[in-house]
Design a protein around this ligand. Structure first.
Ligand code: SAH
Length: 243
């Protein structure tokens, strides 16, 4: 897949990164027999829908981190991945962006236990995993308004994802909301929600996956003002009754 990495992300994984991706695949397949972590198990699907898709959303960070690495700028980017499941997009990001720390959050304890178990096997010491609801961690003063970036994929509608991510960002921080197709109605709903939460839609990128040509959109939400105290609302409300 080296050519496709190069053509689509203008980047190629090092031998070490390739080994980590391979190990991640093996660990997920092995655990999947008992844990039901993912339906994506065929190697090509895993590469495209888990590895490539995770990294496509933060393409700009991969090149930025390589440039920063050359300049020996050690500034660390603090990232949270909400509803990470088996570790996506967070783990591929942790493997490829060295100057970052990642907090992988999921409400399901067995998924977080799985991640805790694989981190040492992947030699990842910039990552921790937390069992928590997005609505709770967004109200925790230790975490609220403390991250540079928040990632969220396949968790809820875009406006609900905005309510989960924006409270956790510092001012100027960026949320990346990974989506499949995108409609005008979702666009309007999200513009309204983001405004209430102290954010703005900075850009929406459309692209297709390189093997199966699937439709994808990534929303980039910039935090431009403090999020009002009342957000995120109580557990379950953002999903049941989106802004
Ligand atoms: N992001 C992963 C998993 C998507 S499945 C991927 O793209 O492959 C959605 C995950 O979000 C599930 O693991 C579920 O437990 C978690 N989740 C759903 N609502 C949540 C919430 N409010 N807070 C934290 N995790 C949540």
């Amino acid at each position: 897949m080296m050519d496709i990495w190069e053509q689509t992300l203008n980047w190629q994984p090092s031998i070490q990164e390739q080994n980590q991706f391979q190990r991640l695949y093996e660990l997920i397949i092995e655990a999947n027999r008992q844990l039901n972590l993912t339906r994506i198990t065929n190697p090509e699907d895993f590469w495209e829908k888990h590895l490539w898709d995770s990294l496509r959303g933060i393409k700009f960070l991969i090149s930025a981190s390589k440039i920063k690495g050359q300049a020996e700028d050690k500034e660390t980017i603090k990232i949270i991945d909400l509803g990470t499941g088996a570790g996506f997009p967070g783990i591929p990001v942790a493997i490829t962006v060295p100057n970052c720390t990642l907090n992988l959050v999921d409400s399901t304890k067995k998924k977080v236990n799985f991640i805790d178990g694989i981190l040492p096997k992947l030699n990842l010491n910039n990552v921790k995993a937390t069992t928590c609801r997005a609505e709770e961690i967004g109200r925790d003063s230790e975490h609220r308004e403390s991250y540079d970036m928040a990632l969220i994929r396949a968790v809820a509608t875009a406006s609900t994802c905005a309510e989960y991510t924006l409270p956790l960002l510092k001012q100027g921080g960026l949320a990346v909301v990974y989506r499949g197709s995108w409609t005008e109605k979702e666009n309007i709903d999200t513009i309204n929600a983001v405004e209430k939460l102290g954010g703005k839609i900075e850009s929406i990128e459309q692209f297709n996956t390189p093997l199966s040509n699937g439709d994808r959109h990534c929303l980039y939400l910039r935090k431009v003002a403090s999020t009002p105290e009342k957000f995120p609302r109580a557990v379950g409300v953002p999903a049941r009754n989106p802004l």
